[in-house]
Design a binder for this molecule. Sequence first.
Ligand code: PEP
Ligand code: MG
Length: 572
Amino acid sequence: MNELNGIPASPGVAVARAFLFATEDGSSVPVRAILPSEAAYEWARFLTAVGKARVDVTALRDKARIEAGEDQAAIFESHLLMLDDPDLHERIEASLGKTLVNVERIVVDIEREFADKLGQAEDPSLRERVADIQDVSRRILGHLLERERPSLASLAEDVVLVARDLMPSDMISMNRARVKGIVTESGGRTSHVAILARAFEIPAVLGVVGALSKLRQASVIAVDGDLGLVICDPDEAAIERSNAARSAAALRQHDLDSLRDLPACTTDGLRVLVKANIEVPEEAEAVLAHGADGIGLFRSEFLFLGGHVPDEEEQFVAYKRVIESMKGRPVTIRTLDIGGDKVLPELGAQDEKNPLLGWRAIRFCLSREDIFKIQLRAILRAAVFGETRIMFPMIATADELERALAVVDAARAECLERGQKAALDLPIGIMIEIPSAAMASDILARRADFFSIGTNDLIQYTMAVDRGNEKVSYLHEPYHPAVLRLVQKTIDNGKAAGIPVGMCGEMAADPASAIVLLGLGLDEFSMSSAAVPAVKRAIRSTTLSEAKAVAGAVMALSSSAEVAAYLSSRLT
Ligand code: PEP
Ligand code: MG
């Protein structure tokens, strides 16, 4: 029995066999010995992967030529030359015969050797070639591993998925009924893998150093998503403890769900809304089962991440289905928030040096109005079937909001011209998740119908901390005074302008934070469905004046640690 620790990212306990999921990153490519007679087969695999990579790169080159000009196209031209470099091919073929290991491993080793050599070159233009070499080699690896790795969609047995990292698209395409637990080496509590694991109610422990090398394929492992614990080959007693924890959690949830039909109302009569965040339409059922007041955030980009880009009709059907399933409760649909860690090459979003600071969300949509308008038309048409709000992600300036509103008008006009029914008047709000937006929220409030604070990104950008990087996760701190002040400012500015202010970042899901936020004047809370009852209970057990006193005390403290200590002494 061997225990590993990580970040408790999604509650619950699971015991199942480990499924080690290797991605195209070199660090998780397994070494596999081959027989001399298999070398020719490995060589053929390499040539096939190069052929597929050539098709990708040629398409990228042609696209770059049209959209970005000859200079950008030249980069891909050089990648094509690398793919077909006779010296490279010769080395790979020779290494296969000599080292007798799988071709992926040889590709990784050669990439590292080149990267090390060029990385030390005096000439900066040579050093810059490292990224190109990595790009080409990862592309080849992607194709090599794709053929080999079993698809997560076809998992046929219950497993605990173990990976270095998972992409949001992996989470969407996997067979969720079979994934009982998740363990990754990277990631933080507000990374999208964590958010999706909570949404799908799959226990998860992230940031487990060396998980892929320490856990063995098909060995039994126990995952405790409350404690952040992974037990390898658990003995009888450990399995019993896991089972007992699972039963206790089920009882607690059952108890909490008895609040389902009760309103989120303080004991002195202030009614607020506790809504749910969803990623895929199938979650709508859980929203109702946990008693949420509607959907405060539909992360619509997840419709696009399952390996297929939906057209207007498909989007319309999906939005309509969610809106109708809410039986009159309101639904806030956030427009596409791709980019960052939600990469979607099918829509032309490409790898960037700083994806989190790059071409994502509303920035992407405003420069791809064609894609944006398709989505807006689908939402406006679906909004006829129930109370709907539109929300734009990652707004940094008032100008972006103005431009996005104009695209909504244009999309509506197109629907009407086509003779289709479209919502003529629906609330359009924005996420406040960039410090510039929080600081200038008084200006943004003039044109937004509501605010929803996205603390996952707001903290990321305020603290300069990648929310998915386990090494710096200690800085992703909702109680840091800088974050709390931005939240307070946003609420105050929203109130002054008479618009509702909500929060759909993970901070809203914490019952202790909910009291602080209530005291600061937040009107709406939105979170993964399973967290709704506990937040409702917290709100139902306080008065507004108590919450205001707690918030006042918290705002006077000087560090996250002080706030956490104060809240745990005051509220437990
Ligand atoms: C946020 O940033 O807090 C948010 C709710 O959006 P997402 O987690 O999808 O980036
Ligand atoms: Mg966000």
